[in-house]
Design a binder for this molecule. Structure first.
Ligand SMILES: NC(=O)c1ccc[n+]([C@@H]2O[C@H](COP(=O)([O-])OP(=O)(O)OC[C@H]3O[C@@H](n4cnc5c(N)ncnc54)[C@H](O)[C@@H]3O)[C@@H](O)[C@H]2O)c1
Ligand SMILES: [Zn+2]
Length: 348
């Protein structure tokens, strides 16, 4: 993680043949930087953002690797946000039954979250991330100079996941983010290298202990059951993912307070204050205000609960939540029923 680390790409690739998969917007905005780091290596430009994660783009990328004559010792280089990295990683997982890849994330969210942990996927008609593989990149080069062109909304999306990481990790990451928060609100400025590197290290530790999400890794889903329902109800793309996660963390804090009457040292208040200081909505009221929507109709509890019924991680009749109990302290796999959820979602 650092400014200019992309320049080290050639050294990482070494003598092997490489094929570059790059997000169209990033390619356009950073043409010079890419030329310097990639030289004339073959590349495929994929549709900017989430639309890269389709079966058609996957097929196109696989065929392009084949046409370029890449062998089993070839390496795929992904350059872009989480979407381009997810597509490129899955392409590498499938080509010749799995070849190496290197992730060069260009969004804050991809640096601290998507490029760490080895999950890759595309979307299917039936749902997001439904076709994928666990295939960790050989290396991740997070060149923070890319962040200079990131739109504020995308930055805020990354800040939502950064807040999640900090609450799950506690300790210095939480302290450092809390101190930096006022300067980051609005998403005009990128967090410092140190903060980004700490968040990467925190996620890497959790994932290393539980690569296949059998247990501890579930903690990283904090706020996500609610966030996915919010994104579903509002329509995907209407609100940046990490902003929905912030609202979801707010709801998870509400749920925790109801189930755990004596949280340590005003933790829920401090966690909500952190989200607010980052300029993120700490619940449904704030989210509705930000979007100029009427909460009762646009984010009705019934609609959100219906959306949760479709959640992959759900078990019969109940919903599993990750509850934030204190700095660096969560309880995973807490099963709650619909009346409870309705009360949380209605704020009653
Ligand atoms: N594999 C994982 O573990 C994991 C984890 C979290 C998220 N994800 C996936 O990541 C995706 C979201 O990633 P994201 O938030 O990075 O979004 P994204 O990749 O869709 O990028 C967001 C937008 O920013 C643009 N962009 C990227 N870098 C830029 C830059 N430096 N300057 C200007 N514009 C830039 C892109 O063109 C796109 O329009 C989702 O598909 C999600 O499922 C995967
Ligand atoms: Zn997320």
């Amino acid at each position: 993680v650092g400014p200019g680390v992309l320049a080290g790409l050639g050294e990482r690739i070494g003598e092997r043949s490489a094929f570059v998969v790059v997000d169209a917007r990033v390619e356009h905005l950073h043409a010079e930087r890419l030329k310097g780091a990639l030289g004339d290596r073959p590349r495929r430009t994929v549709t900017a953002g989430e639309d890269a994660k389709t079966p058609a783009e996957l097929e196109g990328a696989l065929e392009a690797l084949g046409d370029a004559g890449l062998g089993r010792d070839g390496v795929v280089v992904a350059i872009g946000g989480g979407a381009a990295c997810d597509l490129a990683g899955l392409t590498a997982a499938l080509f010749a039954r799995g070849i190496d890849w290197i992730a060069c994330p260009t969004t804050l969210l991809a640096m601290i979250d998507a490029s760490v942990g080895g999950k890759t996927a595309i979307n299917l008609r039936a749902g997001k991330n439904l076709a994928g593989a666990f295939h960790a990149p050989r290396a991740v080069l997070a060149d923070v100079e890319f962040l200079a062109t990131l739109p504020p909304d995308e930055m805020r999306s990354g800040l939502g996941e950064l807040a999640k990481a900090a609450l799950v990790e506690g300790g210095e990451l939480l302290a450092e983010l809390s101190a930096a928060a006022p300067g980051l609100a609005g998403g005009e400025r990128a967090p410092g290298v140190d903060l980004i590197a700490r968040a990467v290290a925190a996620k890497a530790r959790v994932v290393a202990a539980d690569e296949r999400e059998a247990g501890p890794r579930e903690a990283l889903n904090l706020g996500h059951t609610f966030a996915h329902a919010i994104e579903h109800v509002l329509g995907y793309g209407r609100v940046p993912h990490g902003v929905a996660v912030a609202a979801g963390i707010g709801l998870a804090l509400d749920a925790a307070e109801r189930l755990e009457p004596a949280p340590p040292a005003r933790f829920p208040q401090r966690a909500r204050a952190l989200l607010a200081a980052l300029g993120l909505p700490a619940g449904l009221d704030a989210l509705a205000r930000e979007l100029g929507l009427d909460r009762e109709s646009a984010l009705a509890p019934d609609a959100l609960i219906r959306a949760m019924r479709g959640d992959k991680k759900r078990r019969a009749g109940t919903t599993r939540l990750v509850l934030p109990l204190g700095p660096g302290e969560v309880r995973r796999g807490v099963e709650v029923d619909e009346p409870f959820l309705r009360a949380v979602l209605a704020g009653r």
